[in-house]
Design a protein around this ligand. Structure first.
Ligand SMILES: Nc1ncnc2c1ncn2[C@@H]1O[C@H](COP(=O)(O)OP(=O)(O)O)[C@@H](O)[C@H]1O
Ligand SMILES: [Mg+2]
Length: 236
């Protein structure tokens, strides 16, 4: 088996005194699309933030492409080719779409990132809107831009936090096509999702979190059989 793109073992994380993650285990193989499901407050965002060293204290093991990163500061972890798209998107209102796109530095030592032309070919509406100010972009355009921006950096492991949240169904469909395209290009994707209908057809495997722990994990082939459990855990 290949070296996992991401291998988390017995991860604990804290915000100040508050112990949020209680021994998370998760393995993501290169090229997989994995979805992290859970109710609000389960610890999904914290798991992503902990991978990047953005929580308070953290303990355990987080290997990225086989390299232990638990002792590293955030800027060094990012250099191992992780692209993080946070829940709040972080589009700068005063910059144009293209300036936002060009903002994150290209990672040295990571793989070849997508060129601006390739990104515009993949997201034609961003090409049309390249000179529009960040604030003038629709929620969907901002979300596309937030993902497109990390593709330029050369990151091959993408951590996407609730990208479908609050967006119209037609935009959610476009995001689903985008995930398919990224899988086709060999990206590894970890998606946090509340929108089960969006995540279900996209993911190769699923993890379910509750109270800072993984309580279920299964592959796409088991999804049907797991529906009663998911109904109980997530209300889907
Ligand atoms: N910055 C923070 N400081 C303190 N507690 C936090 C902070 N962010 C999240 N938490 C707490 O950590 C727990 C997990 O939150 P989070 O990871 O955001 O859950 P999810 O993304 O699954 O909704 C919640 O109990 C939440 O209140
Ligand atoms: Mg969250």
């Amino acid at each position: 088996m290949a070296v996992p793109a991401l291998e988390i073992k017995d991860l604990h994380a804290w915000y100040g005194e508050s112990h949020v993650l209680h021994g998370v285990d998760m393995v993501v193989q290169p090229g997989e699309v994995v979805t992290l499901l859970g109710r609000n407050g389960a610890g999904r965002t914290t798991t992503m933030r902990a991978v990047l060293g953005l929580t308070g204290a953290r303990k355990g093991s987080i290997k990225v492409d086989g390299v232990e990163t638990i002792g590293m500061p955030t800027h060094r972890i990012a250099h191992h080719g992780i692209g993080y798209c946070p829940e709040e998107r972080g589009i700068f209102a005063s910059l144009s779409a293209e300036e936002n796109l060009l903002l994150p530095p290209v990672l040295k030592g990571a793989g070849q990132g997508m060129s601006v032309d390739e990104i515009y070919a993949m997201f034609p509406n961003l090409a049309e809107r390249r000179n529009s100010q960040g604030t003038r972009l629709s929620g969907g355009e901002q979300q596309m831009l937030a993902v497109a921006r990390i593709l330029r950096t050369g990151a091959k492991l993408l951590l996407l936090d609730e990208i479908s949240e609050g967006l119209a169904p037609v935009i959610v469909q476009a995001l689903a096509r985008m995930i398919h395209m990224l899988r086709g290009k060999g990206y590894t994707v970890v998606m946090v999702e509340q929108n089960f209908r969006f995540a279900a057809p996209l993911a190769d495997r699923f993890y379910v979190m509750e109270h800072g722990r993984i309580v279920e994990k299964f592959g796409a082939a088991e999804l049907e059989a797991k529906m009663p459990v998911l109904h109980e855990l997530l209300g889907v």
